[in-house]
Design a protein around this ligand. Sequence first.
Ligand code: UVW
Length: 324
Amino acid sequence: MSNESKEKMVPDMAELLANSPKNWGKWGSEDEVGCLNYLTQEEALRGIAAVKQGKTFTLQVKMGDPSGDPIWPGRREAQRLNVLDRGHFMCGCGPRFPGNMEYADDMMVIYLQGSSQYDALGHVWYDEQLYNGFDASTTIGGMKRASVLPLAERGVVGRGVLIDMARYRNKESLDKGETFTHVDLMNAAKAQGCEIQKRDVLLIRTGWLGRFYSSDHAEFYKDFIEPGLTYSPELVEWFATMEIPNLVTDTIANEVTIDPVSGVALPLHNALMRNLGVAFTEIIALDALAADCAADGQWTFLYTAAPLKVVGGTGAPVNPIVIK
Ligand code: UVW
């Protein structure tokens, strides 16, 4: 079969998701934070009630790591540039201050989606409409609707639950293109001795980022297809019924890159984020947290995060903090 006819068999996103549920209008026509609306004061207190030991974890991967940053193909790694350092003062070109203080300064060139980050709800779309029906032309020249700013201003505080799919399958890491479903998540939770509850922030470890750091980067990116959740109408329904506010994973794009059934790229970005308003958090370091949860048997905790307040941003870096 020619490539052209193979491509013709892949449906449009609009066709695939024709009957997929939407939360548009549920929180008003101006809403830009979607399922974060589920994180009420009661949910913050439920998260706090999950704190049992006072152990803390930060979940951002290093940014501008000289050994490389994991990024979606086509993006560039963060570059940190020194603007001012001792060298400038040694050659007499540093600024002078009364009292002769010296200081170092630097800047960074980053893809806002090129590190641990929150996607803006308007980050992806089809049929010329973003989350909540905003017109896709509002993305031109900087996002005027459903940017990352409202997510950043609201912040995310709730009960988190970590599902370790790699451990559940007795693997260091899931394989390229390996998939799992919401039923697998529930079975893994049971095996861990915990439960995914309504309105939990859902963290899923695949071990995939570990591969980036431990293996040859060319091998990591070869025939790029990440492991992850795979689309089905039942899975979308489950997210909707469970009122999951936020999906957090240790992969670059939170879902298997190409849906193996339809051949469509990133359908869950559209079914969950664009249609339901689930916040997506990607490139998150979960290995240390997972090792600790496996050791003490506590897989639930207080999850807190707020991306940077980038005006018009399609996403923004974040360093979530978990307290067990
Ligand atoms: C894309 O933008 C394609 O993916 P992500 O949401 O992972 O940044």
